[in-house]
Design a protein around this ligand. Structure first.
Ligand code: AMP
Length: 284
């Protein structure tokens, strides 16, 4: 695997490969790699000649300094996993390389960055847009892969390219959520849970799956289903729901009746102890 620490070297290499007629798939990550990340790399390898991965814990998207401080970092272990997946290129810059001077750009995504995660993590999506717009310039890929685990982020990235980088010829590809055996959505933050918390965390996805079943029986209103999800999860002493919303999966605008949208999605953020977890489930 080729490893680049500077933007200049990485861009030169990608452009050289593209001049040779190669297609490039790009998977941006913050490291502490798990099967969720690896699944994106496998999608990219399926679709492209070359797969490039970035590992960069982006400080500008953390609205909580403690979260940034505790975020797991394990570059050597990650490199072993990338080698095993036969990833071609790793871009692993340090903070100075990505932000030689502070990034003061302000992005606007309409309602999309002001609801759900955007509302509860002020500035988060602006930081995501800052880093991803820089990364897309460093790695001018043919396709970029994002997990539906971070569903709102996927929609924001699509909008970022549409609104702010229309000249960039990059296809944004969403990939399914990869889960642990008990249903918990894989996340680097799961490493921070105590064994007891880890057990409780599985309830979040289990209740979402139950909600999906209940929704298909047409016996509950949206309000009733939302209350069921929030109350059931909050009964566990380790868990506290921050929000649960049922929304139109195309716009993420909340809906009040099932017939208001064709594609519907339930999105949740919940604290498990001190650790904030997110998950979602698409309804039929
Ligand atoms: P992160 O390192 O958390 O910034 O995630 C990097 C990419 O991996 C993002 O596109 C995430 O949506 C994706 N990802 C993280 N966890 C999962 C998962 N459990 N299943 C699928 N994709 C995931």
């Amino acid at each position: 695997m080729e490893i680049y620490k500077t933007r200049k070297e990485a861009t030169e290499r990608i452009n050289e490969l593209k001049r040779q007629g190669k297609t490039v798939g790009f998977v941006p990550t913050m490291g502490a790699l798990h099967e969720g990340h690896l699944s994106l790399m496998r999608c990219s390898k399926r679709d492209n000649d070359i797969t490039a991965v970035s590992i960069f814990v982006n400080p500008t998207q953390f609205n909580d300094p403690k979260d940034l401080e505790h975020y797991p970092r394990m570059l050597d272990k990650d490199i072993e996993k990338l080698e095993a997946e036969k990833v071609d290129i790793l871009f692993a810059p340090d903070e100075k390389e990505m932000y030689p001077e502070p990034d003061t750009r302000q992005f606007d995504f309409g309602h999309l960055d002001k609801i759900l995660e955007g509302k509860h993590r002020p500035g988060h999506f602006n930081g995501v847009a800052q880093v991803v717009s820089k990364l897309f310039q460093v790695i001018p890929a043919t396709r970029a892969y994002f997990g539906k685990k971070d569903y709102q982020q996927y929609l924001i990235i699509r909008e970022l390219v549409h609104r702010y980088m229309p000249e960039l010829d990059i296809e944004i590809i969403p990939c399914p959520i990869i889960r642990e055996k008990d249903g918990l959505a894989m996340s680097s933050r799961n490493l921070l849970l105590s064994p007891e918390e880890r057990k409780s965390a599985a309830l979040i996805s289990q209740v979402l799956f139950r909600a999906r079943e209940l929704s298909s029986t047409n016996t509950m209103t949206i309000e009733e289903l939302k209350n069921f999800v929030i109350d059931t999860i909050n009964q566990n002493p380790h868990l506290k729901v921050e929000y649960f919303e049922i929304a139109d999966a195309n716009t993420l605008l909340p809906i009040e009746n099932w017939y208001e949208a064709d594609k519907k999605i339930g999105l949740i953020a919940a604290y498990c102890g001190q650790i904030r977890l997110i998950d979602n489930v698409e309804f039929n």
